[in-house]
Ligand binder design. Structure first.
Ligand code: PLP
Length: 452
C-alpha cells in the first residue's frame, strides 16, 4: 500500500470539465481497493465517508464486479417502457422481502433526488386517484436534505442550498428537526422532547388545513445537513399517529441513512413504524452504479393500480439492468457476509474512539449517530455551543487538512439561516476493521490539530 504524502499534483488537467468548484481541480481517482482510493500519483485516501455515505462495500468488490460483467455480457440496458429484466425483478423481490411492513412495490430510479421527486409526485397522484385533489402541500423539517432537483430542494430545509433558487421552488412548510444537542431543554426527558417537536407537525397541518396537506417528509436519521442526527424514542411513533389522524402520507427519506448504514437494513426499523413511501439510494448500489428507488406501500399502489393504472412519471434510465445487477449483488453481499453485525460493532468502536480521543477537545461539541453513520459537531465554545463564524470556513479547512493526510471525511455546515455550525460526517464501508477505525480516528484527530 502506498504511503500518503502531503501533496498531489494534477497533470494535464482538462480545461473543459465543469467541476463542483472552479477554484481547484481535484486529484484523479485512478483505482480503488477496499476502503482506499488511489490518485494518479499513487497517493492513498482512506475513504471514511464512502464519498457521501455511498460506498458501503468498499471499492472494487469482486462479487459486484462479476455481477455487473455478467449482466453487461447479456444486455447492459433495455428501456423500461419496453422491457423488464431478471436483475430488476429479482432486486425488487429482494428489497420487498426485507422491507418495512406494508411495502409492496419498488419503483426504480437513478439516485436520491430522483427518488424524492418520484415519491412527491406519487403522493400527489395518490390523492388525485382517491378523490382528494386539494391535498397538495408538503411539510418537511428544517436541517434536512432531500436532494438538489427543484422539487426535492423545495422540501429540503438546508437554507444554504436553497437560497439562490427560492424563486423556482414550490411551496413547502418546515417544522423543527430532532436536534437533541441544541434543542432539548434541560428539564425535558428525551421522550418529552420528542413529543414536543413531533407535535409541531400537528400544528403545521392544522395551520395549512388538514384537507390540503399531502405528505410529511423526513429522514429517520438526518445526514448531509446536520451530521447524523438520530431521533429520540417515541418521536416517529407520534409522527405516524399524527399522519394517520389527518390522512397525511409519511415519506421517509432513507437515501443516506438507509440500506444498513445505521446497523439495521432500514433506519426506521429501530423506530417501530413504517412510512407510506420510502426512498432509498446511495448504499443500494454501493456506488458501483447510480441507482435509487421508492418503496411503495400497498395502500398507494392499490389506489393507482385500481384507479388510472399508470403512475405519470418516468426516466430514461429507470430500472437500468446493469445498475439493478450491481445493487442485487451489493444487497446479497451485505446479507451473505453478515455485514450489518460489523456495522454495529465497528460503529461502537468508531464512536468510542472519537469520544476517547476527542470527547474533551475544546472545539468538539457533540459526537453522535448510529451504526457506521456518525457525526462530529464543531463549536467555537463548548459551554455556550456557539458555532464558529461561517466566514472561518472551519469545515472546509478540516476537509482539506484531512484530505492532505489521506483521509476522506464529509464536511458540512456554515451558520447560514437554520443550518447551525460545522459538522463532519463519517460513513465508512461496512467492511471496516478495528484497525481501520483506529486509523480514521487518528487521522481525523491529527487533521483537527492541523486546523486549530
Ligand atoms: N436525500 C438525502 C437524505 C440525501 O442525503 C441525499 C444526498 O445526499 C439526497 C436525498 C439526494 O441524493 P442524490 O445526490 O443521489 O440525488
Amino acid at each position: 500500500m502506498t504511503t500518503a504524502s502531503n501533496t498531489s499534483s494534477v497533470p494535464n488537467a482538462s480545461t473543459h470539465v465543469l467541476h463542483r468548484t472552479s477554484l481547484a481541480t481535484p486529484p484523479r481517482a485512478v483505482r480503488g481497493e477496499g476502503i482506499y482510493i488511489f490518485d494518479q500519483n499513487g497517493k492513498s485516501y482512506l475513504d471514511a465517508c464512502g464519498g457521501a455515505a455511498v460506498s458501503c462495500l468498499g471499492h472494487s468488490d469482486p462479487d459486484v464486479r462479476a455481477a455487473m460483467h455478467a449482466q453487461i455480457d447479456q444486455i447492459a440496458y433495455a428501456h423500461s417502457g419496453f422491457f423488464s429484466s431478471d436483475a430488476m425483478e429479482e432486486l425488487a423481490d429482494e428489497l420487498i422481502a426485507n422491507a418495512p411492513a406494508g411495502m409492496d412495490k419498488v419503483y426504480f430510479v437513478s439516485g436520491g433526488s430522483e427518488a424524492t421527486e418520484a415519491a412527491l409526485k406519487m403522493a400527489r397522484q395518490y390523492f388525485l386517484e382517491i378523490g382528494q385533489p386539494d391535498r397538495k402541500y408538503v411539510i418537511a423539517r428544517r436541517q434536512s436534505y432531500h436532494g438538489n432537483t427543484l422539487g426535492a430542494l423545495s422540501v429540503g430545509g438546508n437554507m444554504w442550498r436553497r437560497k439562490q433558487f427560492e424563486p423556482l421552488l414550490i411551496t413547502a412548510s418546515h417544522i423543527a428537526p430532532v436536534y437533541q444537542y441544541r434543542d432539548q431543554r434541560p428539564d425535558e426527558t428525551p421522550e418529552a422532547y420528542g413529543l414536543r417537536v413531533a407535535n409541531e407537525l400537528e400544528t403545521a397541518i392544522l395551520e395549512l388545513g388538514a384537507d390540503n396537506v399531502a405528505a410529511f417528509v423526513a429522514e429517520p436519521v438526518v445526514g448531509a445537513t446536520a451530521g447524523a442526527l438520530a431521533p429520540v424514542p417515541g418521536y416517529f411513533k407520534r409522527i405516524r399517529e399524527i399522519c394517520d389522524q389527518y390522512g397525511v402520507l409519511l415519506i421517509l427519506d432513507e437515501v443516506m441513512c438507509g440500506m444498513g448504514r445505521t446497523g439495521t437494513l432500514h433506519a426506521i426499523e429501530q423506530e417501530g413504524i413504517s412510512g407510506d413511501l420510502q426512498t432509498i439510494a446511495k448504499g443500494l448500489g454501493a456506488g458501483y452504479q447510480p441507482i435509487g428507488a421508492v418503496l411503495v406501500s400497498k395502500k398507494i399502489n392499490d389506489a393507482i393500480a385500481t384507479g388510472s393504472g399508470f403512475f405519470q412519471h418516468g426516466h430514461t434510465y429507470q430500472g437500468h439492468a446493469t445498475a439493478c445487477a450491481a445493487a442485487l449483488a451489493t444487497q446479497r453481499a451485505i446479507k451473505d457476509r453478515n455485514l450489518l453485525a460489523n456495522v454495529l460493532k465497528q460503529g461502537e468502536n468508531l464512536v468510542d474512539g472519537l469520544q476517547a480521543r476527542l470527547g474533551q477537545h475544546p472545539f468538539v461539541g457533540d459526537i453522535r449517530g448510529r451504526g457506521l453513520f456518525r457525526g462530529v459537531e464543531l463549536v467555537a465554545d463548548r459551554e455556550t455551543k456557539q458555532p464558529f463564524d461561517p466566514s472561518l470556513k472551519i469545515n472546509a479547512k478540516i476537509k482539506k487538512a484531512a484530505f492532505a493526510r489521506g483521509l476522506m471525511a464529509y464536511p458540512m455546515g456554515g451558520t447560514i439561516d437554520g443550518v447551525l455550525g460545522d459538522h463532519v460526517l463519517f460513513g465508512p464501508a461496512f467492511i471496516v476493521t478495528e484497525d481501520d477505525v483506529a486509523k480514521i480516528v487518528d487521522l481525523f484527530a491529527l487533521a483537527l490539530d492541523d486546523v486549530f
